[in-house]
Ligand binder design. Structure first.
Ligand code: NAD
Length: 427
C-alpha cells in the first residue's frame, strides 16, 4: 500500500485513534478509485455531530453529569443507521469512525441507509438498572432532534441491548405522542423486534467466513477458532462456527482469556458466561493472557471486542489463515499491510459484521409495513444479502488485485459517491 495522506480533522495517535484509521482507510480506497478532491472532501466529513452533556439522578441521590454523542456521517443513501455504545472510554473520534464505517457497511451490503453512531461515556457495569434507564431516557431526549424512522435509527452496540432499545423507543414515542417502533432496531420481539436479530451479526460473520474458507480451500469442519470478546457478536459467531464443526479453542472477554486444546462446548460456555459474568473459570480450561490469545495457533481468528486488537506490533505473530472482523475497527492499517503480506485473508468489519445491520434493515421494513416475517424468511434473506456482498467484494479484490478491506471500501465509496453525484449539490 502507498502511504495515505491524513486529513486535518484527524488528531490523535496515528495507529490507535479510530477516526485517524477510518480516514486513512478512506483516503487509500478513494485514491485507488481516483475520486476527485471535491467529492473526497464531502465523503470524508461527518455531516452532523451532536455532543450532549446531561444530568442523571443516581440511586444514592447524587447528581451525575454524563457526556454523549450522536453522529451522522453520511445520509445520502438513506436515514442514518448505527448502534449506541455505552463504555467508559467512548470518545468523539471513536463515534465519528464508527459512524463512517456504518456508511460504508450499509453501502457494501446495499441497504438504503446512511451511517450514524452514538455513544455515552459511562460504565454500565457499575450502574443499576434504574440508573441505566435514566441515562438512556435522558440521552434519547437530548438527541431527539436527530432521531426518527426517516432520519436516524439507533441499534444496540457494546454494552447496550434490547432493553436499552425498548427504553429509547418508549422515550421517543412519549415525545411525539404515539408509538414509533421503527425509530430503533434490535428491540424485543414484543414491541416490534425482528426474529433472528440477536443472532444476525454472528450468522452473517459465519456466512462470510464460510465463503472465504471455500475460496481458499480451508475446510471449516475441524478448523481451530479463536474469539476475542464473548458478547453478542463473538458468542453467536462461536456458536454457529461450532455447529458447523469448527473447534473453538480460545475465547476472551474484558475479564480475561481462556484456552482448551480440545475445544469448548460453546453452549455450556455461553451458559457459564451468563451465570458467572465472564468466560474465565470455565471448567477444564486454562487461563492465558489476552494478548497471547490473539497469537494462538488456529485457522480462524475472530476479533469481536473493541478497536485496537491487531496492530503493527502483534500482527507478525498472528497465525490464523482467516481473520474475520466481527468487531468494528479491530485492525490498524499498518497491521492490515503485514497480514496481507503474510497471506492472511482479512474479512473486513464492513462486510464480516454486516449481518446485524442487514437484519436491522429487515426489522425497520417490518415495522414500517406493520407486518412480521418468520425466522426462516429473515435467515433466508440475510443469507442472500451477505452472499451477494461477499462475492461483489471478492470479485473487486480479484479484479483490482487488492485486499478485501480495500475492495469493500472501494465498492462502498463508489456507491455513496454515485448517489452524491446523481443527487447533485444543494442549493
Ligand atoms: P457486547 O456488549 O455484547 O459484548 C462485548 C464483549 O466484548 C463482552 O464479552 C466484553 O466482555 C468483551 N470485551 C470488552 N473489552 C474487551 C477486551 N479488552 N478484550 C476482550 N474482550 C473484551 O457487544 P457486541 O454487540 O458483541 O459488540 C462487540 C463488537 O462487535 C463491537 O466492535 C461492535 O461494534 C461490533 N458489532 C456488533 C454488532 C451487534 O449486532 N451486536 C453488529 C456489528 C458490529
Amino acid at each position: 500500500m502507498t502511504e495515505p495522506v491524513l486529513g486535518e480533522a484527524a488528531e490523535g495517535d496515528a495507529e490507535t485513534d479510530p477516526y485517524v484509521i477510518a480516514l486513512k482507510q478512506f483516503d487509500y480506497a478513494a485514491g485507488q478509485l481516483g475520486l476527485g478532491e471535491g467529492l473526497r472532501g464531502v465523503l470524508r466529513s461527518c455531516k452532523r455531530e451532536l455532543c450532549v452533556h446531561f444530568p442523571v439522578r443516581m440511586d444514592d441521590g447524587s447528581l451525575e453529569t454524563f457526556t454523549g454523542y450522536r453522529i451522522q456521517h453520511n445520509v445520502t443513501r438513506g436515514p442514518g443507521k448505527g448502534g449506541l455504545r455505552y463504555h467508559p472510554q467512548v470518545t468523539l473520534n471513536e463515534v465519528r469512525a464508527l459512524a463512517m464505517w456504518m456508511t460504508w457497511k450499509c453501502a457494501v451490503v446495499d441497504i438504503p441507509f446512511g451511517g450514524a453512531k452514538g455513544g455515552v461515556v459511562c460504565n454500565p457495569k457499575e450502574m443499576s438498572r434504574t440508573e441505566l434507564e435514566g441515562v438512556t431516557r435522558r440521552y434519547t431526549t437530548e438527541i431527539t432532534p436527530l432521531l426518527g424512522p426517516s432520519s436516524d435509527i439507533p441499534a444496540p452496540d457494546v454494552y447496550t441491548d434490547e432493553q436499552v432499545m425498548a427504553w429509547m423507543m418508549d422515550t421517543y414515542s412519549m415525545h411525539v405522542g404515539y408509538t414509533v417502533p421503527a425509530v430503533v432496531t434490535g428491540k424485543p420481539l414484543s414491541i416490534g423486534g425482528s426474529e433472528g436479530r440477536l443472532q444476525a451479526t454472528g450468522r452473517g460473520c459465519v456466512e462470510v467466513i464460510g465463503e472465504a474458507s471455500k475460496e481458499i480451500g480451508l475446510p471449516l469442519a475441524g478448523a481451530r477458532v479463536v474469539i476475542q470478546g464473548f458478547g453478542n457478536a463473538g458468542s453467536v459467531t462461536a456458536k454457529y462456527l461450532a455447529l458447523g464443526g469448527a473447534k473453538v479453542i480460545g475465547v476472551s472477554d474484558s475479564r480475561g482469556a481462556i484456552w482448551s486444546a480440545r475445544g469448548f462446548d460453546v453452549a455450556a460456555l455461553m451458559a457459564h458466561k451468563r451465570a458467572a459474568g465472564s468466560v474465565v473459570g470455565f471448567p477444564d480450561s486454562d487461563e492465558i493472557g489476552p494478548a497471547e490469545l490473539l497469537e494462538l495457533e488456529c485457522e480462524v481468528l475472530v476479533p469481536a471486542a473493541l478497536e485496537g486488537a491487531i496492530v503493527a506490533e502483534n500482527a507478525p505473530r498472528i497465525k490464523a489463515k482467516i481473520v474475520a472482523e466481527a468487531a468494528n475497527g479491530p485492525t490498524s492499517p499498518e497491521a492490515d499491510v503485514i497480514l496481507y503480506e503474510n497471506g492472511v485473508v482479512l474479512l473486513p468489519d464492513i462486510l464480516a459484521n454486516a449481518g446485524g445491520v442487514v437484519c436491522s434493515y429487515f426489522e425497520w421494513v417490518q415495522c414500517l409495513q406493520e407486518f412480521s416475517w418468520s425466522e426462516d424468511e429473515v435467515c433466508h434473506n440475510l443469507s442472500g444479502f451477505i452472499q451477494r456482498a461477499f462475492h461483489s467484494v471478492h470479485n473487486m479484490a480479484r479484479e483490482r488485485n487488492t485486499d478485501m478491506r480495500t475492495a469493500a471500501l472501494m465498492l462502498a465509496i463508489s456507491k455513496v459517491a454515485e448517489a452524491t453525484t446523481v443527487r447533485g449539490i444543494y442549493p
